[in-house]
Design a protein around this ligand. Structure first.
Ligand SMILES: [Zn+2]
Length: 260
């Protein structure tokens, strides 16, 4: 099952299933534009716009999630394993299917896989009712609608599709933490900068610290040479760093955390 086919079941701007009470909605119950005057939709859209702006001038906020999913999803790798495991697609031994999926996801989707693992299969009578319980447990905003929407959508899915849906759901949920950090507007290194740019900020922060603690002179030319950029470009960054070192330190730490 190609990931783009599965994406149609998901809210365009988050991890929840599309709201099925509204005809052909591309959004979940929280983000559809009719809910609460579209307040949550606007808030979420702003968050994704911040990321899109930082990433590329011309990218759309709606491309942010597919791009992050493509980067972090173990989908392709997993689907190969899942499909090659005949047992998993028969639907008869669905508890084994859950166990295998969780095991395969544990490495790439650590936190979400751990949460899903906490939902005991023995309390449910089918793969779909278990997925529904997972959705309910992950959703802090509108668990009932999200679970109901999944139940309705699941009626249209064949078993391989449900497996694919689950992996996609876990991936989308896992990248939520990244989205929250990346989308926060604040002063600091431009988020989404290439890694080497982030490293330059790291280097400048270290240089600043060394100057403060040991009086070591900061050599901007040397940093420019090391990263193959102009001295002007480095001193522009340097000026920003010394203007608000606290913000930059915090942003740098947060960025490093998300890229771990
Ligand atoms: Zn949504």
């Amino acid at each position: 099952m190609a990931p783009q086919k599965i994406e149609k079941y998901f809210c365009t701007i988050c991890w929840r299933p599309c709201h099925t009470n509204i005809k052909q909605s591309s959004y979940c119950s929280v983000h559809n534009q009719l809910a609460d005057d579209g307040k949550e939709y606007k808030r979420r859209y702003r968050l994704l716009s911040n990321i899109a702006l930082d990433e590329k001038q011309d990218s759309s906020p709606k491309d942010v999630i597919p791009r992050l999913v493509a980067k972090h999803s173990p989908h392709e790798k997993l689907m190969k394993n899942v499909v090659s495991n005949a047992n998993i697609e028969t639907g008869a031994e669905w508890e084994n299917r859950v166990e295998t999926i969780i095991e395969l996801c544990a490495q790439d989707l650590k936190d979400t896989a751990a949460s899903a693992k906490g939902i005991e299969c023995s309390s449910y009578n089918s793969f779909n009712s278990w997925i529904s319980a997972v959705i309910r447990s992950l959703d802090n905003e509108d668990p009932n609608s999200s679970a109901d929407s999944f139940n309705t959508l699941a009626e249209r899915m064949a078993p391989p599709e449900t497996t694919s849906f689950l992996i996609h759901l876990l991936t989308r949920y896992e990248i939520e933490a990244k989205i929250r950090v990346l989308g926060r507007r604040r002063r600091g290194p431009p988020i989404g900068s290439t890694l080497s740019q982030i490293d330059i900020y790291g280097e400048l922060l270290t240089a600043l610290k060394n100057r403060e603690t040991s009086g070591i002179t900061v050599n901007l030319s040397e940093i420019a040479r090391k990263y193959g950029i102009s001295r002007q470009a480095v001193s522009k960054k340097w000026r920003k760093v010394i203007e608000s070192p606290k913000d930059y330190r915090k942003a740098y730490r947060e960025y490093k955390k998300t890229t771990k």
